[in-house]
Design a binder for this molecule. Sequence first.
Ligand code: PLP
Length: 370
Amino acid sequence: MDRQTRIPLSVPSFVGREAEYLQECVESGWVAARGPFVERFEALFAAIHEQQSAVSVASGTAALHTAIADLGIGAGDEVVVPTLTFIASVNPVRYVGATPVFVDADPDTYTLDVGAIEAAVGPRTRAIVVVHLYGQPVDMDPVLDIAARHGLPVIEDATEALGARYRGRACGTIGDVGCFSFNGNKLITSGGGGMLLARSADRLEHLRFLTLQGRDPDDLEYLHSEVGFNYTLSNVQAAVGLAQLEGLEERLTRKRELATRYLGGLAGVPGLTPFRQPDWADGSFWLNAVLVDEEYGRSRDETIAALSAAGIDSRPFFMPIHLLPPYREFATGPFPVSERLHREAVLLPSSPALTDADQDRVIDVLRDRR
Ligand SMILES: *Cc1c(COP(=O)(O)O)cnc(C)c1O
């Protein structure tokens, strides 16, 4: 199967004004930090989320690190995190020397089991990080309830959930801080980058300050009143990000169509469970998933191999973080749901540019179990 006809898992599409905006960067000479596209990108991102402002950053990981640092979390502190996520949700906890306390996954949403958060909260807990995994919102009301009772801030890792909504509210605007990513395989890309939203305007300004080396605003001299980071987004990245963001609605519409077509096309196959979102969720379906159990007759790896033989890229879920070498010492499990989902889940092609015909090829391979 040549590269032309191979169906990728998820690739960005450049169908907007990316080239035009990049040309503008070069012609104006404004390629580096800040710049007009940075402002426009932040303004449109904020407007889409019905926020006053947004702070762009170098990556989703940088957004999460800045959010943790802003809270003054450090050694001896604990942060509640899901174990079934990408490692960048958890690494920032270690960057500041704090301890992750893992929570298992929910078997239906694959996001963290909100019923298990309370047991993970202790006297040293300083924050709760929730991850809207694969574009599916976390059941936020119980999370906010637990957070309020314990006086804890909630950080939303919305890096996979741009455009997703929970009971009508945009993911990333529900907790205290929302973190987004625009790396190469996310719903929109800036060729690397991220964004921060915060409920409090003061917090958002402090987040901005931290991304700018902790340098005092409007200061002519080099006065840095805190240890900050060089986490800004360049004008070139913002130019690409802005052009992509302008096409967000079309991308989301196609993502949701693909999800509906997978659900219909894969119904009624014994042992094969396509993802079905709860009625309170309006996910972005960054990636679509199916679970395969014994009844299906093909293991996860056999399913991935069968798809691959037909020229189709697919992938397992993230390895639960408590199983990874840097985090085994923090594995206070058991985490049976995360481990089962990791054993059974296959992520399916979900690019906005995926055609119906190509998606039908994926569905046919999954339905044909010989
Ligand atoms: C992509 C991702 C990140 C990190 O974003 P980058 O921009 O790649 O640094 C963090 N958390 C999750 C869940 C992600 O999928």
